[in-house]
Design a protein around this ligand. Structure first.
Ligand code: DX5
Ligand code: ZN
Length: 215
């Protein structure tokens, strides 16, 4: 059987924001590969998190690539701010603009890795026209907006279908833990995003190894 090394991207949404620097450095020391930063604008999703100023501070205290998941409307307007703040990967939602292509083009020309994401109820077909532009597809396995929700196993069909005709990275986000990681990996995921499973466990090294080692 072909073995791929799965990457683990802890989502800081579940970290203790009063100690954010220590939380991030703990995750970094514990062997994660990327840092997943959930940006929510209170419009595209009914929750509000952080923006470029906080990302700028995060950039100073970690060498981890910043995998920034933009759950914001009309992302093209603010991509430059997120890029300048230090985002290495920028993922936008296909539902977030009438035409998402200019945002993807902007990300590519900025030198960042370009990602697209879709809500559970959005059909995979909506992102197929952009595959040639993309480094990453982020499959949501919960309704975007909050951490700590239950994994939607039916979304793995999107991972399986994508795996056959997309050579870039496939990331799975929402409800990923030691129990659900094996099916994500089996479906073809390259990256596991996990908030609760990493920051909800005092032993981050054990949590990360548990996700990565899940088969
Ligand atoms: C949800 C976010 C996720 C979330 C995952 O909108 O995109 O990244 O933080 O959290 P868990 O792992 O707790 O489901
Ligand atoms: Zn996310």
């Amino acid at each position: 059987m072909k073995t791929r090394t799965v990457k683990v991207a802890p989502s800081i949404l579940s970290a203790d924001f009063t100690r954010l620097g220590e939380e991030i450095q703990d995750a970094e020391r514990s062997g994660c590969d990327l840092l997943h930063v959930d940006v929510m604008d209170g419009h595209f999703v009914p929750n509000l998190t952080i923006g470029p100023p906080v990302i700028r501070w995060i950039r100073k205290i970690t060498k981890l690539p910043l995998d920034v998941h933009l759950m914001i409307e009309d992302p093209l307007k603010s991509l430059e701010d997120y890029r300048k703040a230090g985002s290495d990967w920028l993922t936008v939602h296909v539902e977030a603009a009438r035409d998402i292509r200019p945002a993807l083009d902007w990300i590519k020309q900025s030198g960042a890795k370009a990602g697209i994401s879709l809500r559970p109820r959005t059909a995979l077909e909506t992102i197929l026209p952009y595959l040639g532009l993309l480094d990453l597809v982020l499959i949501m396995t919960v309704e975007p907006g909050f951490g700590g929700q239950s994994f939607m196993a039916d979304q793995l069909e999107k991972v399986r279908r994508l795996r056959s005709d997309f050579s870039g990275m496939i990331s799975v986000d929402g409800g990923v833990n030691q129990e659900t990681a094996p099916v994500c990996i089996a479906a073809g995921a390259d990256i596991l995003v996990a908030g609760t499973a990493v920051f909800g466990n005092r032993n981050r090294a054990e949590a990360i190894a548990g996700l990565r080692g899940a088969r």
